[in-house]
Design a protein around this ligand. Sequence first.
Ligand SMILES: *Cc1c(COP(=O)(O)O)cnc(C)c1O
Length: 461
Amino acid sequence: MKHIPYRIHLSENEIPRQWYNVRADMKEQHAPYINPATMKPAEPQDLLPVFSQEVCMQEMNITDRFIDIPDEIMEYYKMYRPSPLCRAYNLEKALGTPARIYYKFEGNNTSGSHKLNTAAAQAYYAKKQGMKSLTTETGAGQWGTALAMACAHFDLDLTVFMVKISFEQKPYRKAVIETFGADIIPSPSNTTEIGRKMLADDPDSTGSLGTAISEAIELAVKSKDCRYTLGSVLNHVLLHQSVIGLESKLAMEKIDEYPDIVIGCAGGGSNMGGLMGAFMSDKLLGKKNPYFIAVEPSSCPTMTRGKYTYDFCDTGRITPLAEMYTLGCDFKPSAIHAGGLRYHGMSPTLSKLYHDGYLDEARAVGQKSVFEAATLFSKTETILPAPESSHAIRAAIDEALKCKETGEAKTILFGLSGTGYFDMSAYMQYQKDEMVDYIPTDEDLARSISKLPKVPGYVEK
Ligand SMILES: *Cc1c(COP(=O)(O)O)cnc(C)c1O
């Protein structure tokens, strides 16, 4: 077999010129979004005051397999793409596995994650439509950073509502976001009606992603020439993230490889959906049969222990209802969990693929074993991984160790969605042996699941 380099590089000209829309190859779609005001299927018009127009069209598109990436976005992608596909030679050696492990590294930009792929697209489309500003929320801060970078490039104002507790714990995130010219407001704030109401109820509230989403949407809808943006979960976000999988597939073709196993971490499902897309296409069309694993934290076990039904996408219960795996929008993941991936729901498309058996496996892992994997990975591969991404590393290591037992030389591909420089307090907790695993009880889950909204006429599948 010919020598495979440590990093399989593509050239600038090999960045895909089109995104891949997996929904066009799916035989069945998730049930339509429901407008909570009417309890009827949402129309594109319902979304238009909230999201930019092109993004609404992409959200509903189930017919076009490929969608052209506009030149302006291509030019932006060229500043940090193609992202490297790496062969984890040193990790393989440390594990003593016959498996060949590859990872697609999306942390090679200042946002430190894959989120820039959709931030650039969403900022461009808003600008093209004549918008002057955008709003969004951010929890851990990666999405706020990515969008601030994209807005600086496309000359849009941006207001980021950051969950107050993270805002206070991660002062450097604020500094980065402000460097790129965005405004950042700790949420709940007194700048919106919803925020003022939350503060009146609880002046010491440390905030939640749900409240931050509600504030960001309120500001977008009330401002002239302003739209809201979301960094995960939705179909258009998965579409923009499909560059990850398309590039991976092309790079693997160059070295005559094809993954037996594809692994990604899943919070809202966008990096997993993006990495998986091009390979899922082969599976849906009956050409190949890779095994897909989505990895989630055992503290927020959306796919492994959640319910497949309609739920709100936010805690504030103002978004449309989506059919997806969910723990209930009132579910509050434990604060002692260190990484991201703390979302109650899951991308409707990823959920549907899992429900129908195309996404083969969802796996929940505890955070201590995740940081153990992160530590081994940093030492062997020289990259400090994000806690989120380290969920995928955990599963990749476990699959490679299975190969060691059976002697099978499987090809494993996993998504290294980002870097962990802003998560050092979690690394320190792990090093001091102060990290604990938290697994919600069945009663905990039943409580939030019992409060799920009811859609008239909907029969659970
Ligand atoms: C946001 C984020 C995630 C989780 O979001 P998905 O939509 O599930 O991809 C994973 N990894 C990193 C580095 C992130 O920033």
